[in-house]
Design a protein around this ligand. Structure first.
Ligand code: PCA
Length: 216
């Protein structure tokens, strides 16, 4: 599995019975990308103190070349490729261990935000080509998902700042609910979209130089 793709999803949280982010990741477990790279799926606890340590241990054990974390954004209606992670936590609800950190940095000495180096616009284009609604997002929220993306990007940017080659590449995609939830996107479509985005991320080409962003 060394050199492959590590695709994570989260366990259910907030009293829900399931989490589509894990359902999608699970469907891709054991598959291979267009150029043959194996995909390994891993479920992460929705716990502030555990999500990154569990992912870190899997990275150490599996030495993936690409890490893509998925999480549910229950009120979104598109797959959202996250561009930035904020160095900030403000939990609206307790995590699965009952922790509810309010208004605090994740890494007190760190920068306010990091960006992912994955080609987010090209990934969105691939998702749309697969027939799924998708867009670039500029906020991953202030809960466990944002914290995980912050640790992913913080780790990579520290290597970059130290002049080291990146040990792996990583990013985050928020998925919408599944039907029949309002705004739900079909499981097959979500799976196809994530797979298409993985192919693009794996290829490691330049991002699309096209207009994007938001004005609101
Ligand atoms: N979504 C939450 C945490 C776990 C998940 O799937 C979030 O967006 O932070």
């Amino acid at each position: 599995m060394a050199g492959g793709v590590l695709l994570t999803g989260f366990e259910p949280f907030g009293g829900e019975a399931s989490n589509p982010s894990w359902t999608v990741a699970e469907h891709l477990h054991g598959s291979t990308l267009a150029d043959g790279a194996p995909v390994q799926a891993l479920q992460l606890p929705c716990v502030f103190s555990q999500a990154w340590p569990v992912l870190q241990a899997a990275i150490a054990a599996q030495s993936p070349r690409l890490v893509l974390a998925l999480g549910l954004a229950g009120t979104r209606t598109e797959l959202c490729v996250e561009r930035v992670a904020l160095n900030w936590v403000d939990a609206r609800i307790p995590d699965n261990a009952g922790a509810q950190p309010l208004d605090q940095p994740i890494v007190p000495e760190g920068p306010l935000a990091w960006r992912t180096r994955l080609p987010v616009k090209a990934m969105v284009q691939a998702m749309r080509a697969a027939g799924a609604p998708a867009s670039v997002s500029y906020t991953a929220g202030t809960f466990v998902c944002n914290q995980l993306l912050f640790w992913i990007t913080h780790t990579l940017e520290q290597a970059h700042t130290a002049g080291q080659p990146l040990p792996w590449r990583g990013g985050f995609v928020h998925v919408p609910p599944l039907p029949p939830a309002a705004g739900g996107v079909d499981l097959a479509l979500q799976v196809a979209a994530v797979r298409a985005a993985l192919d693009v991320a794996w290829a490691d080409g330049p991002d699309l130089a096209q207009a994007g962003g938001t004005l609101d």
